[in-house]
Design a protein around this ligand. Structure first.
Ligand SMILES: [Zn+2]
Length: 307
């Protein structure tokens, strides 16, 4: 009996131990399951946080990049504006410069009589009303005869005096024999020549009224001593030779040179066209009537320039 009792006690202890073990296992399992669940939950939280962080970081990066881009673009725009303003200023300055240059040229042109560089032809002639704006008396020392008072365009007179003075300095005497002639004077002169020489010969001495460059006041017939007061033969004098070589420096040109296709040769008849145009014609071996009117008009603004 004792052994049976002992055997029963042992079974009871074992059963208790087994039950305890099972209980421990169940507890452990439950605890582990709970931990694992919490871990899963924590992992999910961590993932969410890190995903949020990544998203926030990337949004921040985008925002920073945008801000940088905006700033640099704004700066670029500012710099562009500044350089645009500088360019506009430069352009305005250059426009102001060119406008004031144009204004000067226009003012100069407005004061310059376009008739002074006109070519006379069948289609272009001066009206009987045309009188130069300003005429001055040629001082006696420059006139061949002091019996009549000769007039010359006031701005042309100093050029003629300089020329005659320069010739005199070289020992060559040149005098004005005729200068400004009004429309009426030209007509009277023409009539006079016609009566004396006949119409054909008169045409070779004097242009019809309205076609005479003398009406401009810028044209002079020159004469030299030793010709008995005649214009004819002027081309045989040293005065003529000197003028052919030097008159252009003072703005004078021979209007009707020998062999020109349009007009009778007049070696004594010199027209003031300005130093610039006279020099061009001299250097290129051309006459005033070789150039077209448009080319000639380009010289109008400089007609009274000293060089
Ligand atoms: Zn003449």
């Amino acid at each position: 009996m004792k052994s049976t009792h002992s055997h029963n006690s042992t079974i009871t202890v074992l059963t208790i131990l087994i039950l305890l073990f099972i209980g421990a296992c169940v507890y452990t399992y439950l605890t582990l399951t709970s931990l694992s669940t919490r871990l899963d939950s924590l992992t999910v939280n961590l993932n969410t946080v890190s995903s949020n962080l990544a998203s926030t970081t990337s949004r921040l990066e985008v925002a920073i990049a945008n801000t940088n881009a905006n700033l640099s673009s704004a700066l670029g725009v500012q710099q562009q504006s500044v350089s645009n303003i500088q360019m506009q200023l430069g352009s305005v300055q250059s426009q102001v410069g060119s406008v004031s240059g144009t204004v000067n040229t226009l003012q100069k042109l407005a004061k310059t009589d376009p008739e002074l560089l006109k070519k006379y032809s069948k289609v272009y002639f001066l009206s009987d009303n045309y009188i130069p704006a300003r005429l001055s008396i040629i001082p006696d020392a420059y006139q061949y005869s002091s019996k009549k008072q000769m007039l010359l365009h006031s701005d042309t007179l100093p050029f003629m005096q300089s020329m005659v003075d320069a010739a005199a300095a070289s020992g060559i005497k040149i005098y004005a024999q005729s200068a400004y002639r009004s429309f009426a004077e030209q007509r009277a002169l023409k009539d006079d020549y016609t009566i004396t020489y006949g119409a054909g010969t008169a045409n070779s001495f004097a242009a019809d009224q309205g076609y005479s460059e003398h009406q401009l006041g810028t044209t002079v017939d020159f004469i030299a001593p030793g010709l008995g007061g005649d214009l004819d033969g002027f081309d045989k004098t040293t005065a003529y030779t000197w003028m052919v070589a030097n008159a252009y420096k003072y703005g004078f040109i021979l209007s009707y040179p020998k062999g020109n296709p349009n007009f009778v040769y007049e070696p004594w008849h010199w027209r003031f066209v300005g130093v610039k145009l006279a020099t061009t014609l001299h250097n290129q071996g051309l006459t005033f009537y070789d150039l077209d009117q448009r080319t000639i008009d380009g010289y109008l603004v400089s007609i009274f320039d000293p060089n």
